[in-house]
Design a protein around this ligand. Sequence first.
Ligand code: FES
Length: 377
Amino acid sequence: MTDDWVDIGSTDELSKKPVSKVLSKTRELAVSFKDGTFGVISNACNHVGGPLGEGRLDGEYINCPWHNWKFHRCTGLGEPGFEEDAVPSYPVKVEGGRVLVNLAAGTKRTRKPHDPHPLARKIVREPGPLRLAGISTTAMDEANPRFSGSDHLLNHALEAAKKRGAETRMIRLSELKFRACEGYYSKSALACTWPCSITQMDSADQMDRVYEAMVHWADAIIIASPIRWGAASSLYFKMAERLNCVQNAVTIRNQVLIRNKVAGFIIVGGQDNIQGVAGQMLGFFAELGFIFPQFPYIAHSRGWSHEDMERNVEVVRDSQELAEGAEELAKRCLDLAEQLVARDQAPASIERGGRKAFDLHMEQSKIAAHAKVTPTE
Ligand code: FES
């Protein structure tokens, strides 16, 4: 092995921070300084490439800033129990106030096999009857249940689906313990992973049930929400934020996770803004890849001048028309889902022009290649 000692900076500069990111030749390094000694390891985390040089020191380990994997700051080995998961480490010495690293003598990157998360499995529609998932987003005290108009109509929709021969699954967000989205996307698009970073790190987080139903199991979903201050319920938004990873799979890998699936909505409010709430839901679920039946939502609200929510409960509970409306919505969703599943024509990736994070300024070489295959008119 030949030596390739490279000067990566002054000891004064590199000892100012516990961890620094340094570019040496073409290699990115995570340089640490603790108790008077330097350590140098690769900047790229074994997980999904997080920048270790932007991490923090936890004892002798550098904590990755993306999802907290840890690597020994001098040996590059993973934390105890995960030593096999090692990033390259480099010999380092100090001469004349300069820090030198032998880039030719790096250790090998090794990976401990990690079982993939169950959600990461290939998305295959298993044979069987149509499947409808109802997602209740009403925020109720589970210990003291009371009537929910949106749940009531959702139950009608699920009953109608069962009568049509579909399998159904009810997911009540108020029963699930799940964390709010912690904004991994704002660390880097690559830090927002599929399956969700939180789901992979926290086995107690129950958002996996929603992902499982939406991405793998259901052919159609119906989301029921009350209106709160002119918007969908807070639990709806808590769920929607966690679905960023589904949309982000399209952004960073052009991977469409939602294929041949239909969404419908039930919106019940004490006051108006139904169109606003429905528009937001339609826009968001369209962006995930869901398709909508003709007339994709039903709704009900009391007007501004009636502060009589007890009447609202009564109206929703007793209304035959609303119940039938919910049942018909389920049928419309399943009719469309049946066609989509039979045809199976939904793309697994899409044209990027105009899509999020697509760079419109194509490099000249790509423009030239494009011109070659596109005859001018
Ligand atoms: S922990 Fe480093 S990239 Fe995920």
